[in-house]
Design a protein around this ligand. Sequence first.
Ligand SMILES: Cc1cc2nc3c(=O)[nH]c(=O)nc-3n(C[C@H](O)[C@H](O)[C@H](O)COP(=O)(O)OP(=O)(O)OC[C@H]3O[C@@H](n4cnc5c(N)ncnc54)[C@H](O)[C@@H]3O)c2cc1C
Length: 381
Amino acid sequence: MTPLDADVAVVGLGSWGASALWRLASRGMRTIGFEANRIAHPYGSSHGHTRLFRVACHEHPGLTPVARLARDLWYELGGISGTDLLHQTGAISIGPRGGRALGNTATALAESGVDAEWRTIGELRETYPQHAALPDHYEGIWDAESGYVLVEVALVAAVDAAKAAGATVYERTAVTRVEPDGDAVLVGTADRTFRVGQVVLAAGPWMSIMQDLVSLTAYRAPMLWWRPTASPEDFELERFPAFIRHYDDENTIWGHGSVGDIPVKAGLSNDPRSKIAVHPDRLERSVRPERDWAGSAEVLDWAVPGLGPMPYEVAPCMITESPDKQFVVGRMPGSERIVLAGGCSGHGYKHATAIGEILARIVTDEERIVETDFMDPLRYA
Ligand SMILES: Cc1cc2nc3c(=O)[nH]c(=O)nc-3n(C[C@H](O)[C@H](O)[C@H](O)COP(=O)(O)OP(=O)(O)OC[C@H]3O[C@@H](n4cnc5c(N)ncnc54)[C@H](O)[C@@H]3O)c2cc1C
């Protein structure tokens, strides 16, 4: 029998794949990772300095334990790399009293044994005057465990930790074929075919074109940074912490204050002008004001005045949505040797280290450490 080149291959070393590689290699598994671009490139989903880290995840109550696991592993990875990757500087969620978003946030906290720290409209207006035009029926929840996590720095840290634990990494090496072959899987690149025991497919937006078992859609989602026109100190993180704010019944603005050289980050979720389904290889890299930032500028102009009429920096990025906007993480239905890790649905970075650990446990058939049924691809089978 032909010997295996590795126990596991990870295809795609964005935030999820890099974390999976680290968690697998640190168990002593023989691992190889393939990245079509260089490590920490700006062409997928994992770039742009920072991502919001929230423990009270309104997207699904099952995500709070995942975020807590991620938190512990961000600190572990930070310890290995000697860099503070996670900054728990707190975050405020703002929305209509009795609304779904704040309700889900409070539920997520309650299910993990934490009482929500509610803020009245008076307290919000006094503490966060940057948030203008807050309606009287709005209130907030302060989540001290939230904050932000570094992106490129953390991704490099995960790849370095994986390499230090024995992983082999092929950069600028696209995988062109993944094919079950008896008790192994063949992983093909332009130069070579590798025979491995299992494969983790963590190709981010490219998952939308790589497998057809679960319907995933890649969307354009630009990131925007702003330089305040006056009083920049009012928009520093200490005074203008990470936030998610409903600006109408359905939609949110999100962001955080400036940190060192990183300007204020703010934008709309689901901006209908910029959220366009894309083929990941054909994402237009140039920026068009009408499409990419005019919608955000219009809302921020009245909701967070003082950020300026136009962004300081714009970077195209992508999110990959699943039909129920939950992750797709688990064994590929019908395959014992291929594990899917996609469908980040725009909220996956904070959980990356936990997703890596979850994937490692799936590959090694270890006991689950958190509930994962809600992200299992089997739910679509
Ligand atoms: C504007 C915006 C704001 C966001 N805000 C937040 C936030 O505040 N908090 C949060 O938690 N999340 C947020 N997210 C989501 C988060 O960024 C993503 O969930 C996360 O980065 C997804 O990482 P990934 O590893 O799945 O994908 P990627 O980072 O895209 O990684 C996939 C990798 O696979 C590689 N690849 C693809 N095909 C192949 C192949 N055939 N062979 C080899 N390699 C391949 C790609 O080059 C890429 O490097 C945001 C996303 C956007 C766009």
